[in-house]
Design a protein. Structure first.
Length: 214
């Protein structure tokens, strides 16, 4: 993280991180910078980020509990933001060699690379998921994408990619801020097999799992 980034973030977020402090608690500062970067991305592209803050640890852990990964299967996370869910997935035991993380915002993607040097982080678009996972057996896609605020045609394309990458066996884990219990906008065939409301999040969220069913 370069000095100019920190100065820019300070002016945007009032984090008040000084260069001298950078010598101190690296983890806390890095987390603060992550939140600053997230906020900056949210301000410049609100529909693509779809939230003012990263998800809570409670949401991230609820998602991680839903992941099933056998040997040789891959887990893909799309829309990773600052990596709250990524961290929970690693803590839950997702195999880091069979784990791909995709984030479209370039600054968030480079933050993720610094935070998780052991992982394959792609600065790319979930709408091209098939390209990034060619030849891999993907058992789970974890999506932090704001499906309700992204443009409809993009959501359609992304949903189709989810379906093709996961096939009939895989699981899609998605979270939403939708108040009604209506399912997320996904292609026909995806059925919701699990949902759980998480109040400890700003705003409260719902974790959902989808699977293809005829
Ligand atoms: C609601 S935030 C979730 C961030 C993180 N997963 C969390 O829970 O804190 C949505 C994230 O999706 C990313 N994003 C939006 N559209 C995307 C796309 N088409 N492909 C990949 N990432 C995308 C945004 O840049 C943002 O980081």
């Amino acid at each position: 993280m370069v000095k100019e980034d920190i100065q820019e973030l300070n002016s945007l977020t009032n984090l008040g991180v000084s260069s001298a402090e950078l010598e101190g608690n690296d983890e806390q500062i890095s987390r603060g910078l992550g939140i600053g970067l997230f906020l900056k991305a949210a301000i410049s592209n609100p529909r693509a980020v779809g939230a003012c803050f990263p998800s809570s640890v409670r949401v991230a852990r609820t998602i991680a509990e839903q992941v099933q990964q056998k040997a040789n299967e891959w887990v893909v996370e799309v829309g990773a933001g600052t990596g709250v869910i990524t961290q929970a997935l690693l803590e839950k035991g997702v195999n880091k060699t069979n784990f791909i993380v995709i984030e479209r915002d370039p600054k968030l993607a480079s933050y993720l690379r610094e935070r998780f040097p052991q992982l394959q982080i792609i600065n790319g678009d979930a709408a091209e998921l098939k390209k990034y996972t060619e030849g891999l057996s993907v058992s789970t896609v974890v999506s932090g994408l704001p499906l309700l605020s992204l443009p409809k045609d993009l959501v359609k394309k992304i949903g189709q990619q989810f379906l093709e990458v996961l096939g009939h066996e895989g699981r899609l884990i998605q979270f939403t801020y939708r108040i009604s219990k209506k399912p997320s906008p996904l292609p026909q065939g995806f059925r919701r097999v699990f949902r759980q409301k998480i109040w400890r999040n700003l705003p409260p969220a719902r974790v959902e799992v989808y699977q293809y069913q005829n």
